[in-house]
Design a protein. Structure first.
Ligand code: SAH
Ligand code: MG
Length: 213
């Protein structure tokens, strides 16, 4: 054990390891010049664990990048479970689809390309419903995404969100940019909305988990 580790370093040392498949996705994503903002390994594990524990069969992901979190979610799904992924960039969506295909989930994931707010409205209009949701796209829209997601979930669904601490800027009154203000609102809503029971894990960039009552 390394000396003078922080509690987070200790946890990441033990649980932050990745298998070759996920490592390859991160490497390929970086190689294409895409930003290094896939979920960290231990949060990927948490996604798989939550999806599996929930017994989820209809997952929704907002913000795809290279498909890292998509693979983590898909790994936890029931054998016939499906993932719907919303992504602004057609290029990212097609790259991610390639990665999910290599991982054996190509037939079970559907990409909807375009602004997620419109994608969410379309899903609601089509009457689709989900039992697991992961929010990890543009930060200023998190409160809006939560509104739409609440129209798309079944009772007992889990809603997870990444980056809810924004590099700890949400707790610094000196910061008031769009992302920080939106995230404060998002976190307050998770904490107080009577339809939800929620927790914020101050792990990495902050990860929230809510259950729809
Ligand atoms: N969940 C991914 C990381 C997502 S990074 C993972 O952990 O592997 C954020 C993603 O949100 C990027 O791919 C970006 O293109 C996408 N995004 C940004 N704005 C968006 C919008 N308005 N609608 C949909 N996707 C958006
Ligand atoms: Mg993120």
């Amino acid at each position: 054990m390394a000396k003078n580790q922080t509690r987070e370093e200790y946890a990441v040392d033990l649980f932050g390891c990745e298998d070759e498949e996920l490592k390859a996705v991160k490497e390929a994503t970086a190689k294409r010049g895409m930003p290094p903002i896939s979920v960290p390994a231990e949060l990927g594990r948490l996604l798989t664990l939550l999806v599996r524990t929930k017994g989820a069969g209809r997952a929704l992901e907002i913000g795809v990048l290279g498909g890292y979190s998509g693979i983590c979610i898909a790994r936890g799904l029931k054998p016939d479970g499906t993932l719907t992924s919303l992504e602004l960039s057609p290029d990212y969506a097609s790259f991610a689809h390639g990665n999910l295909t290599k991982a054996g989930f190509g037939e079970r994931v559907t990409y909807r390309v375009g602004p997620a707010a419109q994608g969410l409205q379309a899903l609601a209009a089509e009457g689709l419903r989900f039992d697991f949701v992961f929010i990890d796209a543009d930060k200023p829209n998190y409160p809006l995404y939560l509104n739409h997601v609440l129209d798309l979930v079944v009772p007992g669904a889990l809603i997870c969100a990444d980056n809810v601490l924004q590099g700890d800027r949400v707790l610094d009154p000196g910061y008031n940019d769009d992302s920080v203000r939106a995230m404060r609102l998002f976190n307050e809503r998770l904490a107080t909305d009577p339809r939800l029971e929620s927790v914020l894990l101050p792990l990495r960039d902050g990860f929230a988990v809510a259950r729809v009552k």
